[in-house]
Structures are given as structure tokens and as C-alpha cells.
Design a protein around this ligand. Structure first.
Ligand SMILES: CC(C)(COP(=O)(O)OP(=O)(O)OC[C@H]1O[C@@H](n2cnc3c(N)ncnc32)[C@H](O)[C@@H]1OP(=O)(O)O)[C@@H](O)C(=O)NCCC(=O)NCCS
Length: 174
């Protein structure tokens, strides 16, 4: 579990699927995801089970973000092995009513710090659709990832970014 000023970030439990439907079924939140929004509760439950299994197997995964004040679920963020690659990928999504409050930056920064300082990962990658300007801004300006190249994942072209543990430690600024 990771605690920040405003957030608790913890591994998913299967019963979180009920709350998590609120963002996994939202077409705006899921706009940039290759498969779009989940269509059924079963899909969301399977997704969450996948996140739980990944965490149990690798010790890192997609976590649920909880608002410390209200105890409400806000979204998800975390690290997953990127299918078909050796990359560990950072991702984040929030319920719409929580956009624009600095929460993605707060959650992602703490996850990166934990991954580098505790789990000692060598690097973290991010893939972002070239039109997802907000996420590109967050990845580069807020989280200090470096652009690597355009590459194809899931049959689509993405911008690939990387953050190295060494650079992160040298900067020590997020
Ligand atoms: C991407 C997302 C997680 C951002 O969450 P967020 O908590 O609103 O992001 P932050 O508040 O930390 O924003 C960081 C910066 O982006 C800016 N930003 C965020 N949303 C913005 C918007 N809609 N328009 C313009 N700028 C925006 C913020 O102003 C902030 O910059 P600043 O501090 O210089 O003002 C959220 O918009 C989302 O869930 N989007 C859909 C899912 C998605 O695209 N995930 C990423 C896939 S790669």
C-alpha cells in the first residue's frame, strides 16, 4: 500500500469491481484504451482479477486509488508487464469528476518512487497515443519520462517513453 497527501493506493480486491465499473465503463475515461470501455460487469471483474493475479505473481501491478478524505474510489494506476515486450508499463485512469486536481501526477509519482526505491526496477516505460496530449504532458513534463520513438502495440502506433532509475535518482525531483 502507498499513502500520499490525499490518496491511498493499494492492490485491488475483487469486490472493488462494483465501484471500478464507474470508470472502466465510461467511454471518455477509456477513450485511449485499445479495447475501449468495458461493456459488462463480468469484463470488469475479469480485468480486476487479472490485475490481482499480476500483482501476486510479480509484486507490482495496477492498483486502486482511494480518496483518503471520503474513502471513495477515484481510479486506478500502476505498473504492468506490457504484453509481447520486456517493458514494465505505467498507466493511470481517473473518474472524470477527479480530473484536473493533480491526482494522476500525485499517484503516478508515488508509484514510480516506490518502484525505483523499493522494488529497484531498472526502468519504466509508458506508451501513449500521439493524440493524447494531456497524458503526454503528464508523462514528459510532470513525470520526466524521455521520448524514445514511435512503435506499434496492439496494432496501433503509440509514442514510447522511458524513465530510467538512474536518471530518476540523479534528478530526485518527483
Ligand atoms: C490522464 C488523466 C489520468 C489525468 O489525470 P489528472 O489527475 O487530471 O492529471 P493532473 O491533474 O495530475 O494533471 C497534470 C497536468 O495536466 C494538466 N491537465 C490535466 N487535465 C487537463 C485537461 N483536461 N486539459 C488541459 N490540461 C489538463 C493539468 O493542468 C496539470 O498541469 P499543470 O499542473 O501544469 O496545470 C485523466 O485525464 C484521465 O483519466 N484520462 C483518461 C485516461 C487516460 O488517458 N489515461 C492515460 C492513458 S496513456
Amino acid at each position: 500500500m502507498i499513502e500520499t497527501n490525499r490518496l491511498i493506493i493499494r492492490p485491488f480486491k475483487i469486490e472493488d469491481a462494483y465501484e471500478a465499473q464507474k470508470w472502466f465503463h465510461d467511454a471518455d475515461v477509456m477513450r485511449w484504451m485499445p479495447n475501449g470501455p468495458d461493456k459488462t460487469f463480468a469484463e470488469t471483474k475479469n480485468r480486476i482479477q487479472k490485475y490481482i493475479d499480476h500483482y501476486l505473481k510479480y509484486g507490482f501491478g495496477k492498483f486502486i486509488i482511494i480518496d483518503k478524505n471520503s474513502n471513495y474510489s477515484i481510479g486506478d494506476a500502476g505498473l504492468m508487464n506490457l504484453d509481447g515486450t520486456k517493458f514494465i508499463e505505467l498507466g493511470y485512469r481517473l473518474k472524470k469528476e477527479y480530473w484536473g486536481l493533480g491526482i494522476a501526477t500525485e499517484a503516478a509519482s508515488s508509484i514510480i518512487k516506490h518502484a525505483f526505491q523499493v522494488d529497484k526496477l531498472e526502468n519504466i516505460h509508458a506508451i501513449v497515443e500521439p493524440e493524447n496530449i494531456i497524458s503526454i504532458y503528464i508523462i514528459t513534463t510532470k513525470l520526466h519520462f524521455e521520448y524514445v520513438k514511435k512503435d506499434t502495440f496492439f496494432g496501433e502506433i503509440f509514442n514510447l517513453y522511458r524513465l530510467d532509475n538512474k536518471n530518476f535518482m540523479d534528478m530526485n525531483q518527483i
